[in-house]
Design a protein around this ligand. Structure first.
Ligand SMILES: Cc1ncc(C[n+]2csc(CCOP(=O)(O)OP(=O)(O)O)c2C)c(N)n1
Ligand code: SF4
Length: 284
């Protein structure tokens, strides 16, 4: 236990978080350090990649390797890191705008590729860094600075989207439940494949959802089966109750395994074939 606590401490950088006091993202940072410490992973084995947003500041507050990338471009960078060195533990961090609006395309295809990394989606139901505009997870009844009379677009449910696009581990938690969140992040890191943790992370400055989620958040029933995709989508899309826990889990070959299998096939096919043979064949 002492070793785990020591590792956890090593993750704290000299730069203190500059989030507003009470921001949900503090709980996510704490839970991430707890998860990494409990898994016994050292900062030099971990890379945290983010996009732009309040949530995008994440890598600066840790001593793990980090990359604060462009808005919506978390996934191309995270995929590049993982493909270059599959031994690293890669954690991608994005806000709801970063992940589902400008970065939606990259996010969906990351799910489908089943890249072995963990995606922490810090969902505060709006664009916070740019001062409170509507995002794809702005709630149907919510007003924002950019939608003062209510929204004109439909709500996107991130967990259901990820399941349908082929993510193999999908969980939801509330940033105010740091211990539970740490457990779920640890499970996501250990999962072999693309693991989404959808985190309800209130923005106290532009849309404070603490009281709302304290009422709506409920743990999945004891008989819940996370391998049942239809039930997972039903629970994920329940907007009246926000079910927390592992919603969906399955095992499929990862992106890295598939790429490696193709490399092997190509090697076998061209075994003993020289460059000259190949050039001769092209001429034929
Ligand atoms: C290409 C590009 N377009 C727009 C912006 C402006 N911008 C910065 S952060 C942001 C949205 C942030 O919202 P979200 O991703 O939900 O993160 P949060 O700040 O809520 O954590 C936008 C639109 C930008 N930085 N780059
Ligand atoms: S504006 Fe909102 S999301 Fe950004 S740091 Fe402040 S409370 Fe957190």
């Amino acid at each position: 236990m002492a070793v785990r606590a020591e590792i956890r401490e090593r993750y704290k950088s000299d730069l203190k978080p500059i989030w507003c006091p009470g921001c949900g993202d503090f709980g996510v940072l704490t839970a991430t350090f707890m998860a990494l410490g409990n898994l016994g992973l050292n900062p030099e084995e971990v890379v945290i990649v983010s996009g732009i947003g309040c949530s995008g500041r994440f890598p600066a507050f840790t001593t793990a390797y980090g990359f604060h990338s462009l808005h919506g471009r978390t996934m191309p960078v995270a995929l590049g890191v993982k493909a270059a060195n599959p031994n690293l533990t890669v954690i991608a961090v994005g806000g709801d705008g970063d992940t589902l609006a400008i970065g939606g395309n990259h996010f969906m295809h990351a799910c489908r590729r089943n890249i072995n990394l963990t995606y922490l989606l810090l969902d505060n139901n709006l664009y916070a860094l740019t001062k409170g505009q509507a995002s794809p997870t702005t709630l149907p009844w919510q007003t924002t600075d950019s939608t003062p009379y209510g929204g004109y677009e439909n709500y996107v449910e991130p967990c259901a989207l990820a399941i349908l696009y082929g993510a193999t581990f999908v969980a939801r938690e509330f940033s105010a439940r740091a211990r539970k969140l740490a457990e779920v992040i640890a499970q996501a890191i250990q999962h072999p494949g693309f693991a989404l943790v959808h985190i309800l992370s209130p923005c106290v400055t532009f849309f404070d959802t603490y009281d709302l989620y304290k009422q709506k958040v409920k743990e999945l029933p004891p008989d819940y089966d996370p391998t049942d995709m239809h039930r997972a989508i039903q629970f994920a899309t329940d907007i009246d109750t926000r079910w927390v826990g592992v919603l969906y889990r399955t095992v499929k070959p990862t992106f890295e395994e598939r790429v490696q299998a193709i490399r092997e096939k190509a090697k076998q096919r061209y075994q003993g074939v020289t460059l000259q043979d190949m050039l001769n064949r092209r001429r034929v």
